[in-house]
Design a binder for this molecule. Structure first.
Ligand code: ADE
Length: 229
């Protein structure tokens, strides 16, 4: 899979992509990421990319010309399955959406800064608008990284233990059961008996019960979606 990210603050994006699972995905050739500076497509010598909004609200808006030039340049190099704008008024990212996007070949993410981007870019190029939650961040860079992480770890071969992505919280609509490691007793606290015996069916049953109870008490919204009482 290839993901291009367009940003006015590309320095924000580099480091988080160079560690841990996302680094491994790139090293293995399963994921490639291109980071592009919108300012490189500025239309005048002052390298202006933003301007005041018509109508007089506060904040600056990214102008359409540099963004359109950047998108068209990238489109001349590959065909995108989706052009995604990260914005608090988009559809909320969840696990089914991450699963869905992980099956794509090429994605272009647009991280707006300032007040937002000119609506005409959204109307003309953007095929999908995604929010990472009901709060406002100062730009789309962190949301773009969240999306890349959520997608990248799902690509086949990225995680060492293939099962672990499928067993995550949310994959079956339930929160994850608690996990323990050695020692079996620590500061007077015991690892639950059910996990110690190596009895596979019993372990599965314990995890299922814990998942269900955690979801019911912590996330009644998810519990309701499952059709539970
Ligand atoms: N840009 C600013 N806030 C955002 C959010 N919550 N999700 C996606 N993009 C954003």
């Amino acid at each position: 899979m290839h993901i291009d990210i367009l940003s006015a603050v590309p320095d924000l994006l580099h480091s988080p992509l160079q560690h841990s699972i996302l680094k491994r995905a790139q090293d293995k050739g399963l994921l490639s990421i291109g980071i592009h500076n919108i300012r490189d497509y500025a239309f005048n010598k002052h390298r202006n990319i933003d301007d005041e909004p018509y109508g007089g609200q506060a904040g600056m808006v990214l102008r359409p010309e540099p963004l359109a030039a950047a998108i068209r340049d990238l489109q001349s190099q590959r065909t995108y399955d989706d052009i995604i704008f990260l914005t608090p008024d988009g559809e909320t990212l969840d696990q089914p959406l991450a699963n869905h996007l992980s099956l794509r070949q090429n994605l272009l993410l647009i991280a707006g800064h300032y007040k937002g981007i000119d609506q005409r870019i959204r109307d003309k190029f953007v095929t999908r608008e995604i929010s990472i939650g009901d709060y406002v961040l100062s730009g789309g860079e962190l949301p773009a990284l969240v999306l890349v992480d959520a997608i990248g770890r799902l690509l086949p071969g990225v995680l060492n233990d293939e099962r672990s992505a499928l067993e995550d919280s949310f994959q079956d609509g339930l929160l994850d059961a608690p996990v323990y490691t050695r020692p079996a007793e620590w500061e007077g606290m015991q690892v639950p008996e059910a996990l110690l015996g190596g009895h596979h069916a019993r372990i599965l049953q314990w995890r299922e019960e814990q998942s269900r109870e955690k979801t019911r008490t912590r996330r009644p919204d998810l519990w309701k979606k499952l059709g539970e009482e």
